[in-house]
Design a protein around this ligand. Structure first.
Ligand SMILES: *Cc1c(COP(=O)(O)O)cnc(C)c1O
Length: 420
């Protein structure tokens, strides 16, 4: 296929062609090569003349991450293509072992998505129609969806206005004889008041399920998110702090009985092949996605460090100028979102968009105000902070690969957008 006089250059161009167009170029004096591969090559002269083009800011820079992890991602994916065990291949157990070790939980059960993790957890504790599950209305819909799917009632407790996490002081009054579990969400990557929540659950014989879809890698009093209560659930949706290239999720527990139940429910409630002892789901995470997460794990510690550093730098640069989500001193956030509070959100978003800074809103409508949930849920006292924050929150670009220059630019434009 290649007939160049210079096989080394040809090899380089072939390798480069696997990167996104224009993300990386071969600097060469070989005019013939440049003629044949104008997209992938640049001469020293062109290089010196070209204006240093900044790549557009992405809200979450998955392409940059992929460029930095390509060898291990390709190696892992190819390994699966060669052994061909697409369902429950060796990468599944390998990933489960590594994630359990990372969090300190005894068991990790990978599943098809974060939503499936929450659903299987509720099924494992045998949630039935009419049961009540206490949670926050200020979250992604999946948190309440799985409760409703089982015929149980989501009971919404208000959030703290500064962290946007469930207000632990308001949980106890929401408990009734039908309450089975509390599902706090570690929103934006920061765990809720887990000690207080666990203490309430102990007093009333309830199970605590942490929805840690946004907080894998965060710590609370020195312990890892996903291992802060009886059950922890996370998601590997591509944009989460630890993401795959499709759907995936995991459940964590140190309870042997629950882990066995979860493993069975994950595969149609079968105890052994074609022997079904409980109702289950088709909820496995496929081998290819596990292979992708294994590749991403290789620099995950570094990514968490960067996220902490970039988040702290945003906090510093915004101090006294832009109100931001508060971080409690006894825990970390992995900043699945870096979120600020603004009054005139639509105008600010519009100005930032014009300036090339993408933003997002998590979440504009609390779940108690969603038409599908109004009849089947219950509000405990009032949810006024949740209502207020839904109108004010706005998230800014956040990735482990966000450069200092990009961050400075975002901060300047954000402060400008507020003042103009
Ligand atoms: C993303 C998310 C989920 C669902 O995860 P999926 O993998 O997309 O199913 C659940 N809860 C919260 C808080 C999330 O952010």
């Amino acid at each position: 296929m290649f007939d160049s006089q210079d096989p080394e250059d040809e090899q380089l161009v072939r390798a480069l062609s696997r990167f996104t167009a224009d993300s990386i170029k071969l600097l060469t004096r070989d005019g013939k090569l440049c003629e044949r591969y104008p997209q992938h090559t640049i001469t020293p002269q062109q290089y010196l003349q070209a204006p240093q083009q900044a790549k557009p800011l992405s809200f979450i820079d998955l392409a940059g991450q992929q460029d930095n992890l390509r060898p291990q991602l390709e190696r892992n994916v190819h390994r699966v293509l060669h052994h061909g065990q697409y369902i429950m291949g060796p990468e599944v157990a390998e990933l489960e072992g590594k994630l359990a070790e990372y969090t300190g939980a005894k068991h990790c059960i990978t599943v098809a998505s974060g939503t499936e993790a929450l659903l299987i957890s509720l099924m494992a504790i045998d949630v039935k129609p009419g049961d009540e599950i206490i949670t926050t209305p200020f979250t992604f819909v999946a948190t309440a969806e799985v409760i409703a799917l089982l015929g149980a009632t989501p009971v919404f407790v208000d959030i703290e206005a500064d962290t946007c996490n469930i207000d632990a002081r308001k949980i106890e009054v929401a408990i009734t004889p039908r309450t089975r579990a509390i599902m706090p969400v570690s929103l934006y990557g920061q765990p809720a008041d887990m000690d207080e929540i666990n203490a309430i659950a102990d007093r009333h014989g309830l199970t605590v399920i942490e929805d840690a879809a946004q907080s894998f890698g965060a710590e609370y009093k020195g312990r890892k998110s996903c291992n802060l209560s009886t059950i922890g659930c996370t998601s590997f949706f591509p944009s989460k702090p630890l993401g795959c290239y499709g759907d995936g999720g995991a459940i964590f527990t140190s309870d042997d009985k629950l882990a066995k139940a979860m493993r069975e429910i994950r595969v149609h409630g079968q105890e052994r092949r074609y022997v079904h002892t409980r109702i289950g789901v088709g909820g496995r995470m496929d081998t290819l996605q596990c292979a992708v997460v294994l590749g991403k794990l290789e620099r995950f510690e570094w990514e968490v460090e960067q996220r902490l550093r970039i988040g702290a730098r945003y906090n510093e640069l915004f101090a006294g100028k832009v109100p931001t989500v508060t971080q409690r001193p006894d825990r970390t956030s992995v900043f699945a979102q870096y979120t600020v509070f603004v009054e005139n959100r639509e105008q600010v978003q519009e100005k930032l968009k014009t300036a090339g800074v993408p933003t997002a809103v998590h979440y504009p409508i609390p779940l108690n105000r969603q038409s599908a949930y109004q009849a089947l849920s219950r509000i405990s006292s009032n949810v006024s902070s949740s209502d207020a924050m839904a109108g004010r929150v706005m998230s800014l670009p956040m990735s482990a690969d966000l450069s200092q220059r990009e961050q400075d630019q975002i901060v300047v434009l954000m402060i400008e957008a507020l003042n103009k």
